[in-house]
Design a binder for this molecule. Structure first.
Ligand code: ATP
Ligand code: MG
Length: 344
């Protein structure tokens, strides 16, 4: 029998459906995973083995095959663990495959059966809501998932708790959405003495969303005034807050599911690499320019940045998006920023 559990692959701010299929056939005992999995996904086999042993079950002495479909879509990250475990338990007849089909499943497993947080849960929840299903996720991220609105969120601490919930023995409480933090205030423009022209330029840039370049002698207050910029920008509206949170969710920095109304303010150091600034690298994570989406990207000591790094910012600043091309996938992140830059 083949058990199928739905999960997602993250491509930028998009969550694509991935099916985890598991079947058990007679043969030499083995546990194989196929379907273009990266190292973290391949290691998931050992975590699943450990977690299933931790709840007191033995793997069946058969050939276990786990396939991730579509097989040509690269799978990255550790959030597939839980889907693999549930597909395996479905194939073993421990959980009802019918029940599982109503959920999208994300979460990393510990060897003791604990379900640990992994980035991107908000995106998975929005995807589940779009496709009319519920979401099974780590307990620590229930508040984040609940932001997706009208969907059933099952946020479990560990595998045993989740199995009890799915069987209907001991139901888990539905999580409530996290708090919305009011806009935080940094330094205030009132602190800045004089510099009337520079202040006016700052206000015009804030109102019109323009880029800004400060040039001046050391100690003139350039860094101070740039830090005042978030304070005169309007707070994020509800839709913008969700958009910023989606970027933070894939970056794994959305603590406690708390959405914030504060506009992002990112000030990468001038030694930052191109991958750190525009995104990409071994694991595709949003770069500083995407983390500053709908907020401010502040490049202090502009001439000290590597030339290639500054050039790589041209396309994002012009189009408002970053496209990272990988060997087998294109990933796009939003990057609409109002950068304040400065040189002296
Ligand atoms: N116009 C001003 N009003 C109030 N404080 C100021 C003003 N100008 C400078 N300062 C203070 O002087 C110190 C140095 O300012 P800041 O670091 O902003 O200068 P800077 O122009 O960025 O210098 P550098 O070019 O060396 O980076 C800060 O502590 C800042 O608070
Ligand atoms: Mg400075």
């Amino acid at each position: 029998m083949v058990a199928i559990v739905s999960t997602v692959a993250y491509l930028g701010l998009e969550a694509r459906s991935v099916d985890v299929q598991c079947n058990l056939v007679a043969g030499l005992p083995a546990f194989v995973m196929v379907g273009l999995a990266d190292k973290a996904v391949a290691e998931s086999r050992e975590r699943v083995r450990g977690a299933i042993a931790a709840i007191g079950l033995a793997l069946p002495p058969k050939r276990i095959t786990v396939n991730m479909s579509p097989a040509d879509l690269p799978k990255e990250g550790s959030h597939y663990d839980l889907a693999v475990a549930l597909a395996l338990l479905g194939a073993m007849g421990i959980v009802d495959a019918e029940t599982l089909s109503g959920y999208v499943v994300v979460g990393e497993l510990g060897l003791d059966g604990r379900i640990a947080p992994s980035p991107g849960v908000l995106l998975a929840a929005l995807h589940a809501a779009e496709t009319g299903r519920g979401l099974i996720c780590p307990a620590a991220q229930g508040a984040e998932a609940a932001w997706a609105g009208n969907i059933e969120v099952v946020a479990a601490h560990d595998l045993i708790g989740l199995l009890n919930h799915l069987k209907g023995d001991q139901l888990l409480a539905a999580p409530a959405p996290g708090d919305v933090e009011a806009a935080a205030h940094g330094p205030d423009l009132r602190q800045v003495k004089g510099q009337e022209t520079a202040k006016r330029a700052l206000e015009i840039a804030a109102a019109g969303g323009h880029n800004l370049l400060f040039v001046g002698p050391p100690g003139a207050g350039k860094s101070l005034m740039a830090a005042c910029l978030p304070g005169i920008l309007p707070p994020l509206d509800a839709a913008e807050a969700l958009e910023v949170s989606m970027v933070q969710s894939v970056a794994g920095t959305l603590a406690g599911g708390r959405l914030t109304r504060t506009r992002p303010f990112r000030a990468p150091h001038h030694s930052a690499s191109m991958a750190a600034l525009t995104g990409g690298g071994l694991k595709v994570r949003p770069g500083e320019v995407s983390m500053a989406h709908l907020g401010v990207l502040f490049l202090d000591e502009l001439p000290e940045f590597q030339r290639a790094v500054l050039d790589s910012l041209r396309q994002p600043l012009e189009t408002g998006t970053v496209s990272v091309a990988r060997a087998n996938a294109h990933v796009t992140f939003p990057a609409r920023v109002k950068p304040a830059m400065h040189v002296h």
